[in-house]
Design a protein around this ligand. Structure first.
Ligand SMILES: NC(=O)c1ccc[n+]([C@@H]2O[C@H](COP(=O)([O-])OP(=O)(O)OC[C@H]3O[C@@H](n4cnc5c(N)ncnc54)[C@H](O)[C@@H]3O)[C@@H](O)[C@H]2O)c1
Length: 250
């Protein structure tokens, strides 16, 4: 039987781009909003509600092999009050539920904003083994997520793989998305690699193979078997100039 996979944040932008790449899994989808029905497999189970609802989480993780966790507030300019529920409490609750129900692995969306100050200071390509350096409150919640995930691995044996996603859009629209772009086909490769790797716990950059890219992809290539094929340079002539080539808040 195909392995069962829980996808959180299933109604969101990254999930819509990822869903076509999740063939071979029985999907269970969780979001506070119902995902649009187009593009969903007929047999996908849909659960609607809040990440902080423990009863809902228990049902969501029951019987799944792995979780791809995308639910959260993705706004780099969001204030703490908006971020704490989805990005901090919600993720900690999900990890607790996953560990308690024998889930094998949680792959979760971190962000290049967890290390955005390196990029802002011009220290590129940013390496995955440099200390975290968030450039905003949003980036700090992603640093927390990386820390609490490592605790779940260390204390409870739950495998956790964090992906520091860059600008995850079908096509870059502005110049600042070029150096950290993650195109859909590479998003599929990255997440499938994270689901399959023998690594138990780690955090990896997640961008395409962009010319002049600001993120060192070496560890993702080595540990996840990630083989990106897209390059934002193909789109460089079509983007609007928003005055910077920095992906993060600088
Ligand atoms: N889009 C990007 O370029 C990008 C870049 C780096 C990291 N990320 C991360 O990837 C993830 C997905 O981002 P996105 O752009 O798809 O965001 P999005 O806002 O489009 O989707 C997030 C989804 O999560 C759901 N959600 C939020 N809080 C919830 C809660 N408490 N309970 C249940 N559902 C909840 C929302 O309803 C939404 O459908 C986020 O963690 C974000 O920080 C995104």
């Amino acid at each position: 039987m195909e392995p069962a996979l829980l996808l959180t944040g299933a109604a969101g932008s990254v999930a819509r781009q990822l869903l076509p790449g999740l063939s071979g899994y029985r999907l269970r989808l969780l979001d506070r909003d119902a995902p649009a029905p187009d593009g969903l497999p007929d047999d996908a189970q849909v659960l609607t509600g809040e990440l902080t609802d423990r009863d809902l989480l228990a049902r969501a993780v029951d019987g799944v092999d792995a979780v791809v966790h995308l639910a959260g507030d993705p706004r780099p300019d969001a204030p703490w009050d908006d971020l704490l529920g989805p990005n901090v409490d919600g993720f900690a609750a999900l990890l607790g539920a996953a560990a308690g129900h024998g889930v094998r692995r949680v792959v979760y969306a971190s962000s290049v904003h967890a290390v955005g100050r390196w990029e802002g200071a011009g220290r590129t390509p940013v390496r995955a083994d440099w200390p975290t350096a968030p450039c905003c409150a949003y980036g700090a919640t992603k640093v927390f997520d990386e820390a609490v995930a490592s605790v779940a691995s260390h204390r409870h044996g739950l495998s956790t793989i964090g992906l520091r996603l860059g600008a995850t859009v079908p096509v870059p629209r502005v110049r600042s998305q070029l150096t950290g772009w993650l195109g859909p086909a590479d998003l599929h490769r990255l997440v499938r690699g994270a689901l399959a790797t023998g690594t138990v716990c780690g955090v990896y950059p997640g961008t395409s193979a962009n010319t002049g890219g600001h993120w060192d992809l070496g560890p993702a290539v080595d540990d996840l078997g990630y083989a990106p094929e897209l390059d934002s340079a193909v789109h460089a002539g079509d983007v609007e100039d928003d005055g910077t080539d920095v992906t993060t808040c600088g």
